[in-house]
Design a protein around this ligand. Structure first.
Ligand code: HEC
Length: 148
């Protein structure tokens, strides 16, 4: 039984690796879509279109943390071609892209640290925590994304 479970687990992992190897562009787009959705929720709360909730604030921040940690794994050589808006600069200036990713991850991590167990207590606390995370979107897109 134990062998079977391990076997299935190994299969799942292999499956995930195969998916990553087969279509890293699709995966990185999905990750950015989740970032976009979390940004949409955050923006809605900041503008007062959606009532603020500490749990929702924390979930948006957690999405940023997860995305910024995983995102850099889906840019293997050769994936500048295809259905993508990733700029060739990502590969030409890999160190600069990594730096942009690190900053995104650091700002998301600080927001998480500031949000406490139940999430930022009120909208002002949420804005203070999430504001610096949002600065990363435009900065990285301008440098490492092409307009199509
Ligand atoms: C470190 C760089 C970086 C940061 C930071 C970043 N992005 Fe992106 N984003 C990209 C790149 C590169 C693409 C293009 C990926 C592709 O087409 O393969 C992209 C694409 C997107 C897309 C389109 C996804 C799709 O389906 O084509 C959305 C939406 C998006 N980003 C939202 C955001 C938001 C909102 C933030 C800030 C909270 C953000 N991004 C921060 C690099 C970044």
């Amino acid at each position: 039984m134990r062998k079977l479970v391990l076997g299935v687990a190994a299969l799942c992992l292999t499956g995930m690796a195969a998916m990553a190897a087969d279509d890293p562009i699709a995966i990185r787009k999905h990750i950015m879509d989740s970032v976009g959705a979390a940004a949409g929720l955050s923006g809605g709360m900041m503008k007062g279109e959606v009532p603020y909730s500490p749990a929702a604030g924390k979930s948006a921040i957690a999405t940023m943390v997860a995305a910024s940690a995983a995102y850099g794994s889906f840019f293997p050589e050769g994936t500048d071609k295809g259905d993508t808006t990733a700029s060739p600069k990502i590969w030409e200036d890999a160190a600069g892209f990594q730096k942009a990713l690190d900053k995104f991850a650091a700002d998301a991590g600080s927001a998480m640290a500031a949000s406490g167990k139940d999430g930022p207590a009120d909208l002002d606390a949420f804005k203070a925590a999430m504001g610096p995370v949002f600065d990363n979107c435009k900065a990285c897109h301008e440098a490492y994304r092409v307009k199509k």
